[in-house]
Design a binder for this molecule. Structure first.
Ligand code: F3S
Length: 280
């Protein structure tokens, strides 16, 4: 079997930065100190387990902490989480991706100027929850077309989009939003890394017989890659987390297989999977 790895697979700039910042902090602390991460640092169970062994403990709520260091992951958090951490005197290690920080700033400044903020994205995703927290939780979250009904009596609208949404979804939904409101400013805040990764996966899916998409089952950007590949290879796209998940029986019949990986997938997992595939 010949295996081709798509360009831009694996860790993006923001995730790489969050991991590096965490390791720098781990090296600074004395061995007995625990660093807390507000939610799993990245959407990859294998990496999170490894970090836990090294002393990074995941907590779900800032209220659980009274002292120590807390890492804000690349997805960012609402403004009041920062305020609470400061009031408690916690050492804040801010690993918010600069691209996410930019969206938070857009939401905050436009909200202050009187715009209603529309976030195109998944309302349950921490990045979207975080952005909403920078505009007093007043944003309208639009995940699909039917959510557009939520826009009633709005004069000025500022549209932003979750960094990992597909360009197609953004264009479709933002166009519909524009038809509803008189004054609209829109920011395509989809991350370049996401766009490049999606385009590379799509192009590769057209060239090969089957696609392997590596990444956490709960990772939003990985799920988007799966959707993109499935549009081209509906019956031969496989979403896996580790080499053990490879459907070896089903893959036997293919000669040319493509591999792509979400932004939270470390190089060692990608390598392991490519090696296993190459041996078929
Ligand atoms: Fe940042 Fe883009 Fe990654 S927004 S966390 S560089 S996918």
């Amino acid at each position: 079997m010949k295996v081709i790895l798509a360009d831009y697979s694996g860790f993006c700039f923001g995730v790489e930065k969050a991991i590096t910042t965490t390791f720098e902090e781990l090296n600074k602390e004395s061995k007995n100190d625990i660093i807390y991460s507000l939610g799993p640092l990245i959407h990859n169970d294998q990496v999170v387990e490894d970090l836990e062994k090294k002393g990074v403990k995941v907590i779900e709520d800032i209220e659980m902490l009274e002292e120590g260091s807390v890492i804000i992951r690349s997805h960012g958090v609402p403004q009041n989480t920062f305020n609470t951490a400061k009031e408690k005197g916690l050492n804040i290690i801010n690993a918010t991706c600069p691209f996410v920080k930019r969206i938070q700033n857009i939401a905050k400044t436009h909200h202050e100027e009187g715009y209603t903020i529309a976030i195109i994205g998944n309302p349950k995703h921490p990045e979207v929850i975080g952005i909403n927290g920078w505009c007093d939780n007043k944003a309208i979250i639009v995940e699909e077309e039917k959510d557009i009904e939520k826009l009633q009596n709005i004069d000025r609208l500022c549209i932003v989009v979750q960094t990992t949404m597909s360009v197609e979804q953004y264009e479709e939904i933002s166009k519909k939003l524009e038809e509803q409101v008189k004054e609209v400013v829109k920011y395509n805040t989809i991350c370049l890394a996401t766009k490049e990764r999606q385009a590379a996966a799509e192009n590769l899916a057209k060239e090969v017989e089957a696609m392997i998409v590596i990444g956490g089952y709960h990772s939003s950007n990985t799920q988007k890659l799966v959707d993109i590949c499935k549009k081209i290879r509906p019956y031969s796209t496989f979403h896996i987390e580790t080499a053990e998940d490879l459907p070896m029986d089903l893959l036997q019949k293919y000669q040319l297989v493509g591999v792509t990986a979400g932004a939270s997938t470390p190089k060692w997992i990608i390598k392991e999977i490519i090696n296993k595939l190459s041996n078929i």
